[in-house]
Design a protein around this ligand. Sequence first.
Ligand SMILES: O=C(O)[C@H](O)[C@@H](O)[C@H](O)[C@H](O)COP(=O)(O)O
Length: 241
Amino acid sequence: MQLHIQPTSGQVLAELADYFVAQAGQAIAARGRFVVALSGGNSPRKLYELLASPPYREKVAWPQVYFFFGDERNVPATDAESNYRMAKEALLAPLNIAAAQVFAVDTSLPPAEAAAAYTRTIQEFFGAEEARFDLVLLGLGDNSHTASLFPHTPVLHDASAGAREVFLEDKQVYRITLTAPLINQARAVAFLVYGADKAAAVRHVLRDARDVDEFPAQLISPAGEAHWFLDQAAASLLPHN
Ligand SMILES: O=C(O)[C@H](O)[C@@H](O)[C@H](O)[C@H](O)COP(=O)(O)O
C-alpha cells in the first residue's frame, strides 16, 4: 500500500491524473485495453474534469478505455444523485466516449435484479478470464465506507466476486455496489480522499485495529497495487503527519 500525500487537493488530483494516464498506457500496451471502475460522490468529479481537459485528454487512448462503476445509487440515470450522470457530465460526454465502452448499472430494475444483472454484465465482459479491473477508483466516506460497502451491512461478508444490492437503514435507500472480493481482484486500486472531514476515517482505516464492520474500507487489499491519494488535511491524523 502506497501513500501519496500532497499539500492541497489540487496537487492530489494532478498526481492521481498522472497515475491514471500511466496505468492506462501500461494496460493498453500490455492487453490492448484499460478497464476502470469509476467511483462516485463528489470527490472524483474534479478528477474526471481534469482527465477530460488538456493536457490529460490527449495522453490517453480513450477508445481503448472501458468504464464500469464501483457503485451506483438506486436512482434513474438522469437523477442528480446518479454516479453515472456525474461521470457522464464530467468525463464521458466531454471525451465523446462511445456508449459501447460504458457499462452502467441498470437502475431501471429493482435493486436485487439490477445487482444480478450487473454481475452478469461484468462476467460477460471478462468472459472466461477472471474479472480483473485494471484500476478501481474509490472514495472514502466519513464513516469509513467505500463504494457502497457501508458499516454493519451484510455485503461486507459476501465472499463472492460480483455486484450486490445494499439497503441503507438510516437513509431508507438502496445502493448497488461491487463486493470487496471483486474489487480486490483488481490490478490496482486508488483511493482519492481529500478534506479535513475525512481525516478521522483515514486514520481508522489505515491505522486502527482491523474492524471491517466499523471501518469497511479496511476490506480493500487488492491482489495488485493499493494507492491512497490524500491531501495533507485528510492525512492530518496519521502518525508522523
Ligand atoms: O456513491 C458514492 O457516494 C461513492 O461511491 C462513495 O463511496 C463515495 O466515494 C464516498 O461516499 C465519499 O463521497 P464524497 O467524495 O462525496 O465525500
